[in-house]
Design a protein around this ligand. Structure first.
Ligand code: KG4
Ligand code: ZN
Length: 349
């Protein structure tokens, strides 16, 4: 079975073809980062318009790179939520219509289910059950994954998502959007001993997160220190970036260890844009090794939004007997992961 995947929930247009016999055949991405950069964040209307421009050429490119005629496609999977409503509508209308025109099954996919299953695109596929840490621009979640669609949310952010905190702190330091990779770059030059930021909500039981206070802590530190006579501003910014990244990484590490202990499941899957952070990857890998467990990450390019994870999640859904979605499709800008129906099977080679 070959599934065409379409992702348009935010500022990346992603298209891919996944084959249940041969794996990922091709994927392509158009990032809108340059389009939104001047505004310091995603402008929803511009995002929707750009998805419209990009989808047809990307689908053509991916089918050609996959050496896959359109008659070989068995289903079209598209992100139906959560995300920006206009952006979702573009991908859903396009995907649903394409499936209708081609006479194949249309499958709406939950964006976070895509992230959660994405490490299965790698050779070292995580067996069920596992604990998933989903860290993106819009979500921070720990999920106990028992099987396809059998997701128990163990904890989530009560305010800013981890990626959002990276983006806001980066803005404060005068860095470009998106802030995550920029903070990571600057942090590598920083001194980890100069400041110690709090590890929010780690001093109490539970698996929820709160990251908005860290951004405020960064702002207060910056205001206080930059007023000091003779301060080296570049050094100060790097040290704040380092303290901020250390705090986020350490907080996520503490909560992941707790989730693994609470569930007794020693397999940790890490996905979503912040999962591309090298310090986080190294820290979680070491921590799981110390607990006698294992860590699974998608390759860096599949951590951030992409069509491959949507094609794969769609393939799992079709393999589990999911029905063609109605022509009167809908999108869900807010969509609880726990509302998904269990699926019977996992697709794959
Ligand atoms: O999953 P994603 O591509 O889109 C959403 O679904 O939100 O995640 C984007 C987020 C942004 O906040 C970005 O700053 C963050 O992931 N990010 C990173 C890194 N690369 C991307 N954060 C920290 N370190 C990185 N290397
Ligand atoms: Zn995402």
């Amino acid at each position: 079975m070959r599934v065409l995947g379409i992702e348009t929930s935010c500022d990346e247009t992603g298209v891919a073809v996944y084959c249940t016999d041969e794996g990922l055949l091709a994927h392509a991405l158009h990032s809108q980062v340059e389009l939104h950069r001047v505004y310091g964040g995603v402008v929803p209307e511009l995002a929707s318009r750009d998805h419209i421009r990009r989808l047809v050429p990307l689908v053509k490119e991916v089918l050609s790179r996959a050496a896959c005629p359109r008659t070989a496609i068995d289903a079209v999977a598209f992100t139906a939520g959560p995300g920006l409503v206009g952006a979702l509508l573009v991908g859903a209308a396009f995907g649903r219509s394409l499936a209708y025109a081609w006479g194949v099954t249309a499958i709406p996919v939950h964006h976070m289910e895509g992230h959660l299953l994405s490490p299965a695109l790698e050779d070292d596929e995580p067996p069920f059950p596992f604990v998933a840490l989903l860290v993106s621009g819009g979500h921070t979640m720990l999920v106990h994954v028992v099987g396809i669609g059998r997701y128990e949310v163990l904890g989530e952010s009560v305010d800013d998502a981890a990626g959002e905190a990276f983006d806001k702190t980066a803005k404060l330091l005068g860095l470009r959007y998106p802030g995550g990779p920029e903070i990571a770059r600057l942090s590598a030059e920083g001194n980890s001993d100069r400041f110690r930021f709090p590890r929010p909500m780690t001093d109490r039981p539970g698996l929820d997160f709160s990251f908005s206070g860290l951004k405020t802590f960064a702002m207060n530190t910056l205001r206080r220190e930059e007023a000091a006579p003779g301060v080296d501003i570049a050094e100060l910014h790097a040290d704040i970036a380092r303290a901020f990244e250390d705090a986020v990484v350490d907080t996520l590490r503490i909560k992941c260890e707790r989730a693994v202990r609470d569930t007794g499941v020693k397999r940790l899957v890490v996905s979503g844009g912040v999962g591309a952070n090298r310090a986080l990857r190294a820290r979680l890998k070491a921590s799981m090794e110390a607990l006698g467990g294992q860590t699974y990450f998608p390759r860096l390019e599949l951590c951030t939004d992409n069509g491959a994870m949507i094609a794969y999640a769609g393939a799992c859904r079709v393999a589990g007997g999911a029905d063609d979605c109605p022509l009167s499709f809908k999108v869900s800008p807010r969509w609880d992961l726990e509302d998904l129906l269990p699926g019977a099977a996992r697709a794959g080679i």
